[in-house]
Design a protein around this ligand. Structure first.
Ligand code: PLP
Length: 279
């Protein structure tokens, strides 16, 4: 008999991502039910009500840069025998944390985002006791049943990307995770302090260091977001991400450690100018 597993996903965290697509497929093929609930809902109440067997959550959402209280949620889930899958695409290399502190069962991340490793690199963590029961997407030898390497059986692949991860890690460690996060917050605050005071602007990202780092999202009353995004690119080659959610439309700004103060100031002044003309 197929086990119907309820999967809980917080609203506004994974919509449109490849991770969510994977879960939609699971729902179609295996009959698992999927619920979404608002971040502000009590997690334990939502979990008990839906008899969740799995919780899928983001470490940091791509829409606002909100950092989720992953450790608290994973411990609550473990107490109830629920498995936890964490999408850390925007977390790893962005702000410091220890994977073991999170207490999750599965953690996946991209390394090309905040670690500056090449495209196509990432890592998967699976709690040791869960490896044997988890199917790899590609078949692996039975000898590897309880070995994490079974998830790497993808045939012949170029070593260059993989080897470059070591260089990216060395670069990251040379700077230091804490210093990098402090710099990213400094860059964010440099534009956000000014932009948040403009009329019609709503900041969608908390400034609490426990809840955010370098990315921030703002929305604008009565402005055409697509026009704003294209004008920033056309005028000054500034790339921001357009965010469209049910509750707001806005732009997400994601400086990197290579971003200069001059570039931040150019963004800020260009945005101020555009807000006077774009409707
Ligand atoms: C939350 C989240 N998960 C997964 C992904 C997919 O990552 P990748 O670009 O490595 O395919 C993204 C991409 O932006 C994302 O924001």
């Amino acid at each position: 008999m197929a086990v119907r597993r309820a999967i809980l996903i917080p609203v506004g965290s994974l919509e449109g991502t490849v991770v969510n697509l994977q879960f939609q497929r699971t729902r179609r093929n295996r009959g698992a039910a999927q619920w979404q609930f608002h971040f502000r809902t009590s997690w334990s109440i939502a979990v008990d009500r839906q008899r969740a067997r799995v919780i899928l959550l983001c470490h940091m959402t791509y829409t606002t840069g909100q950092i989720f209280p992953v450790q608290r949620i994973c411990r609550m889930a473990r107490d109830r025998g629920i498995e936890t899958i964490v999408d850390g695409a925007h977390a790893y290399g962005h702000f410091p944390f220890k994977l073991t502190d999170l207490d999750c069962d599965y953690y996946g991340t991209s390394l090309h985002k905040w670690l500056n490793a090449p495209h196509g690199t990432g890592f998967l963590y699976v709690r040791k006791t869960r490896i044997a029961e988890l199917w790899p997407l590609n078949p692996a030898s039975e000898d590897l049943k309880a070995n994490i390497r079974k998830f790497e059986q993808v045939g012949t692949h170029p070593a260059a990307n993989h080897n470059a991860v070591a260089e990216a890690l060395t670069f990251h460690d040379t700077i230091g995770g804490e210093r990098k996060a402090a710099r990213l917050r400094y860059l964010r605050d440099r534009w956000l302090d000014r932009v948040s005071n403009l009329s019609g602007v709503t900041v969608r990202t908390s400034r609490d260091p426990q809840q955010s780092c370098g990315m921030a999202t703002v929305s604008f009353e009565g402005r055409d977001i697509a026009k704003l995004v294209s004008q920033l690119w056309d005028r000054r080659r500034i790339l921001v991400t357009s965010i469209g959610r049910d509750d707001f439309q806005g732009i997400r700004v994601s400086p990197g450690i290579q971003t200069t103060l001059e570039e931040i100031d150019t963004f800020r002044t260009t945005l101020e100018t555009l807000l006077r003309v774009v409707r």
